[in-house]
Design a protein around this ligand. Structure first.
Ligand code: KG4
Ligand code: ZN
Length: 340
């Protein structure tokens, strides 16, 4: 089974072909970073237009890179949400049009679920696994019990982790996207210089809150930041703080799983923030301590890509879960939750 995946929910126009025996036949990503750079963030209208300009080129290349023609495809999977609706409509409509013209099934993909399942492709992870989903739009801890079966045990009450990286970077004029910029500068900084708040870390809850951290970063900038070294120190201190919060919550989540006798196959981190090497290292350390396998997709598959969409298509096609062409793109679309 060869499935084409199309992604267009934010600022990457991406397409890939993946097979049901876990071969990635192609992976094409056009990043709109240059289009949005001047605005220090994604401008929805510009994003939608840029997707429209590039989508046919990206999809065509994904099919030719896979060494096939469109008629060799068995199904088309397209992100139908959540995300910036203009871009989602572009990708979803393109995927539906291909499905209609080729006479093959269409699969509507939830972008968050695609991040959540990606490690099953790249690291052969089995259910159940503990998942930290940390992207620009989301921050959740889930126990993944199956496809479309996610038990959400922790979530952010305000900003996502990626958003807090992006806002910190914007306040320090580090450009966009913020996460990689903060990570890069933090290499030259002193993580002990600034003591930033670690919200909700003393509470018996797996929820997150990052808005106080953002305010603390703003106040620190106003009071202390003059030189490049000051910025590097703040980046390092910020990254250390985020790391501490994520580590604390994941440790607590692992204890919860243990108390419920859930036999986890692995701990997985996915979403754009999972590209951060120091966060990956911290998660590895926690997993060593708890004697559980740690997995994260390779860095290029943590941020948005078509491979994860195609793979989610494979997972749904295996269960014969196809969608009608009148499936409506959704700006909001929470993960399908399952009870404990
Ligand atoms: O998954 P993603 O590409 O898009 C969404 O689904 O939101 O995640 C993008 C987010 C952005 O907030 C970006 O700053 C963050 O992931 N990010 C990182 C890194 N690379 C991307 N955050 C921290 N460190 C990184 N290296
Ligand atoms: Zn994403």
């Amino acid at each position: 089974m060869r499935i084409l995946g199309i992604e267009s929910s934010c600022d990457e126009t991406a397409a890939a072909v993946v097979t049901d025996d876990r071969a990635v036949l192609s992976n094409v990503i056009y990043s709109q970073t240059l289009e949005h750079l001047a605005y220090s963030g994604v401008v929805p209208e510009i994003a939608a237009r840029a997707h429209l300009e590039k989508i046919d080129i990206v999809v065509k290349k994904a099919i030719t890179d896979a060494g096939m023609t469109a008629s060799d495809l068995d199904a088309v999977a397209g992100t139908c949400g959540p995300g910036l609706i203009g871009g989602v409509i572009v990708g979803a409509t393109f995927a539906k049009a291909m499905s209609f013209s080729l006479g093959i099934p269409f699969i509507a993909i939830n972008h968050i679920e695609a991040h959540a399942l990606c490690a099953r492709l790249t690291n052969d992870v089995n259910f159940p696994y503990l998942l930290l989903l940390a992207s620009g739009g989301h921050c959740q801890i889930c126990i993944a019990h199956g496809v479309e079966q996610f038990e959400i045990i922790g979530k952010t009450l305000d900003d996502s982790v990626g958003e807090s990286f992006d806002k910190a970077a914007k306040m320090m004029d580090l450009g966009y996207p913020g996460g990689p910029a903060v990570e890069k500068l933090s290499h030259n900084g002193n993580p002990d210089r600034f003591n930033l708040p670690r919200p909700l870390c003393s509470k018996d809850s797996l929820d997150f809150s990052f808005s106080g951290l953002k305010t603390a970063v703003r106040i620190t900038i106003e009071k202390h930041i003059q030189s490049e070294q000051d910025k590097a120190d703040l980046c390092a201190s910020f990254q250390r703080t985020v790391n501490d919060v994520l580590s604390y919550k994941m440790s607590s989540a692992l204890c919860l799983c243990k108390s419920r006798n859930i036999n986890l196959d692995a701990v997985v981190i996915s979403g754009g923030v999972a590209a951060n090497k120091s966060i990956r290292n911290s998660m590895q350390l926690i997993c060593n301590r708890h004697e559980v396998r740690f997995c994260a997709p390779p860095i290029n598959l943590c941020t948005d890509n078509g491979v994860m969409i195609a793979w989610n298509g494979v997972e749904k096609a295996r269960d014969n879960k196809f969608d009608d062409l009148d499936f409506r793109p959704r700006p909001r679309w929470p993960l399908k939750e399952t009870a404990a």
